[in-house]
Design a protein. Structure first.
Lengths: 240, 240, 240, 240
């Protein structure tokens, strides 16, 4: 991908974030309300769920017989190695906030989280082998966009860095990753079709992630209205 | 796996090599005859075929949802990364001997090579997630066993290091790998069942590899008797 | 699943349809406007795309090693066999309306259709082996719910049965299927967890299907506003 | 495939059976000795193991995205449906001979059986989608070749039809299957490459099956020499 096309991609991403952040009920609620602890905890639980699959579906791209590019293949395995176990940071953050969860006791993923996971496996194993880079592109690079929200969460919940290892560590790790992803996109995204496939995955995976956030918000509202098992479980496990 | 069990495993491997090397028609022929160029070239072609899958099936172990061990998972992806593209060394060695093959022109894998490949995928994706270490255990550690045969090939065909990059490079790389594999076996092979599963894969994958070698020898004999397409193709591509 | 639970499931489905039909922009537009030909054609194109995967992901349920129930396994393969090639009915309906598309010329699936497809593969190959019945349950049984909309489409576009083979044939086929699906649910959906898993898949797959419909509507609006490649292609292929 | 090519295939199969039956130590032993009960029981155990995968890997052929032929796809699912649960006939035959095994208590598959299973999955999911017909071709059609051996087993062990349901039932079922397989081969095996791929799978899968038989014989010899866990288990479960 040439420099100019890459700039276009970056610009499209900026517009996409603007659209998604402004349509998201989860984001809007956080911006305009004192952030409730359970809301953030539930979000971290979903983060735990999809994050545990990221190393796996990243590796599956490299294990495709049609990958046909050694340096991209190495990138996939290298990146997969670095993602191993990152879900534990989300779990630690949950427990550092005062909850008590063992790994196997967490509530199941919300349906919208399952949809995100399903989609990431699908685009990793089917279609254009380069397209998962569209997910990496925004995911490794999201901190500038979500920094204000994270700051609001941190202030409202009075969290220190040690309560936010998932985001703090990723912000650090990902500035390197982000440069590698950019380099790889420029190297393997060569045709118009490649660009379209990558852009579609970038947009769809970001939309599904925001849908997941909004499902967290919906579940929180259901909890407030007295009918969410997840919220009730969170309540029970807080300092319990 | 405890030190004593590991020693047993090593001893079982030694006995296995003795048995397999002495039953192999391919090995016996090489030991007792001037090595024909086509025989070695055909062997390298099969090596090319199964080697191109090794990074892939290694990564698939790490991508299993039942792997349940972060350091083993990292090992799988790390090792997969290092195996990427090694088949090109086999191809280079073939062409350095005077053949002219592009990657896509190589004859298809022999059926016995396909059987080996099929088996390695199966044990990587099914059954005990640690069992593929039984393959790595002998494969990363085979040079002491096959050194005399390689030396005979080298002398007979008057080959330099640059004609044997696959084996020379692997002998070097693999002394590191071998130590990592040993460490990992000691870490994750914990139960009696683990040991049995690992041993079965060690033995079966080595037997299938020797079967592959013997199929190379059989095909060479067929070529000498005037009815092997593979041998005829090799003839045509030599200095052609 | 006992009779009472099954009734609950049926009731939950009715509520779900009410909610989804009333939130759908696609449905609302059709109910309140003269139906444009391209809108229905685009819907059939998406139908073609996901339908071609239904036999495949249905068979993958039967091919799971954890399925553990012969009569359910037979049901999966039997049902898969019956679904083979049904996408061609959608294609025929498109072309019978005056479009000219070969199978390979259809526009790619919309992202929301890909999300639906990805989800159906995921729930077919992961998690509770019985859960895909939650999809079959509503899909084989949807004609009473969508009959008024189909009637509106038929009237507005002046279509005969031969233009609506996908829906007419399925309405017939599916009344049998529906009884088989009901029988199978009663047989294999035994625990509380089974019911929850099946219900989640029922709801999520129906929501994703309506999302797909709404994406068709959105794309039609984009076409009307002058910026949809899909709409432009439809225009070009009409009586062209 | 044209009539003449099909005759060639049949002739090649006849030669293959002759070669394999005469090289097999298992077959030779049965022909020339009073058949020991444990030997036949162990063979049925291995039959149980690979048979339970046949419906699955047959269905996986139909679930391939590159299958591209509706009538072959239907054949795959139809055939898969018919193969469901056939392993239970082998288990019943074992228990009807006086052994007492629950399904989960059977000894693990022998390594050579695992190799056969691995190969059948591989050729079902990779390479030419039509090639698994090479396995069906001999497997659905093997009774004329193995009838003398089965008769010898039946006489020596004084077995009735009810002790040989696996073979008696299959001989009946498979005469139909065999005609369907022939019809399908003639329909989808069209190119020279198709014929080569199908022939390779025919030969390799038959060789691996005979290797499995010979592994049964080897294990029986080990039992007689006092060192086979499998034989000891059989002994314990006989009328036990």
């Amino acid at each position: 991908m040439q420099h100019e096309s890459f700039n276009k991609l970056n610009f499209a991403l900026k517009k996409l974030w603007d659209r998604e952040l402004s349509r998201s009920k989860f984001i809007n609620f956080i911006e305009n309300n004192q952030v409730p602890k359970h809301l953030y905890a539930q979000y971290l639980i979903e983060t735990y769920h999809y994050t545990q699959h990221n190393a796996l579906n990243q590796a599956l791209v490299g294990a495709r017989m049609d990958i046909n590019n050694f340096s991209y293949q190495r990138f996939c395995f290298h990146h997969a190695e670095e993602e191993v176990g990152h879900q534990m940071m989300a779990l630690n953050d949950i427990n550092n906030m005062g909850y008590r969860f063992d790994e196997n006791e967490l509530p199941k993923a919300l349906p919208q989280t399952t949809v995100l996971i399903a989609y990431l496996y699908w685009i990793s194993t089917q279609g254009n082998p380069i397209q998962r880079l569209g997910y990496s592109f925004w995911a490794e690079n999201c901190y500038s966009y979500i920094a204000p929200i994270l700051k609001k969460v941190r202030t409202d919940l009075d969290l220190a860095d040690k309560h936010m290892t998932f985001f703090v560590a990723h912000a650090e790790i990902d500035s390197d990753h982000s440069a590698e992803v950019e380099r790889m996109i420029k190297k393997v995204c060569l045709t118009e079709q490649d660009s379209r496939d990558l852009s579609e995955v970038m947009e769809t995976s970001l939309v599904l992630t925001v849908n997941m956030m909004d499902a967290v918000f919906e579940d929180y509202q259901a909890f407030r209205a007295g009918h969410s098992d997840r919220g009730t479980l969170l309540e029970a496990r807080l300092n319990g």
